[in-house]
Design a protein around this ligand. Sequence first.
Ligand code: ZN
Length: 512
Amino acid sequence: MAFSQAPTPTDREALLRDFKVRLGIIADLEQAAALLSWDQQTYMPPGAAETRAQQLSTLAKIVHAHVTDPAMSEQLERLEQQNVAPGSDEAALLRVARRGYERASKLPSEFVEAFSRLRSQSHHIWAEARRENDFARFEPTLEKLLEFALRQADYYGYEEHPFDALHDLYEPGSTAAKVKAVFEPLKAATVALLGEIAAGRELSDAPLRQPFNEAEQEAFAVKVIKDFGFDFRHGRLDRTVHPFAQSMSKYDVRITTRFHPEFLNAALFSILHEAGHGLYEQGIADAYQRLPLGSGASLGVHESQSRLYENLLGRSYAFWQHYYPQLQQHFPQLQATSLDDFYAAINVVRPSLIRVEADEVTYNLHIMVRFELELALLEGSLKVAELPEAWNAKYQAYLGINPPSDALGCLQDVHWAFAGFGYFPTYTLGNIMSVQLFEAAKRAHPEIERELGAGEFGTLLTWLREHVHRHGAKYEPHELLKRATGSELDAAPYIRYLQAKYRALYGVENVA
Ligand code: ZN
């Protein structure tokens, strides 16, 4: 089809309006699916599992049909041929819509169906294998998942590594090479820091391991996230097995947690973490709602917000100077624990087997193990059958521990069971970006540090709203970071942060 005559401005406006109507329908369908999925993980009675899977699959098919509708791609093409101001919301909208269309249309529908069937079966098989500590039971399924992931990467296309095509789904613009460039210095610094910590003083987390009333845990955490700015008029907190945040739009942002009756960290830090995700979603511009711009820039940028609130605030000394007396009022059993001992307790570094329970320092090593193994699996240099052995060898090498079972080893995470290759590095990218963003905010507003010690978070939130949240998916992560901080992705500020904090905590001086 040729468009020899440029449409008049009114034509163009009408075309854009019509295009947005279509995008709005897709967003509504996706948000309805998100609500069904939230319900699946919170309140759905177990007997509804099969019908719920059917409902979600039907919605996914309808969304796919809308996204790949030829009438819509024709509109998109016509809009792309117009003079759209670079850097405008409209240009970003067309870029993100194009990306969604390419993603959806490059995969043959038989492949999509077969892959989706495989993934829903594999979750069950993985869960069983983990429960029974039986890797062999999951092995043939993981082989199939890997094969599908490689085909998916081929359909999308890539220049250097199949990992790049898959990773780009979660972190637009990032590649294995870019990940390696920040992971390598972080790995070396982390291993060295762990050596220093091992020679430092003993810290104890015993104060956190005693009975804590659940209602009091919830009341305290809710007070804190309200102070952060989490808006309960547009949000909820519910209970689940694995904490997560799910946004149905910026007006309905739901976070979940699980309470442990005898360990304070489980609920407290997961609530601060998920609230960070929630604040991001609640801060996206109104104008981007019901459009593909109305979500976060990437998983990594999302994680930078959750880690900022969980760790850079929630595990800082200044934060607890303000909140510790309040926490002690909720839990009189902490009266005997000093602020310094409490601060040490929430920051104990201890190499452990389980990623989601890891401290700030060792956490990234868990991610690096997975990243390196994924690359090897995708390259074919590691066979699926060799995975448990390779996993254990890396845990020994990086963390100095030997997983006693595959359930506590390579079967612990759900990601590979949904073929989520390329996902893991986003956690560490988020950690790295969290410090870059926090430092940029403090450079612009040095009073943030003092406000933290007074339980005031408004200046910080305003800065994050302005430089990160409101932009939604308008910018790719590297561009967002550059605009917000003036820098490229860089592990150095994060490394300096870890070194300063943990050398002080463990009473070790930098001899270098
Ligand atoms: Zn998170």
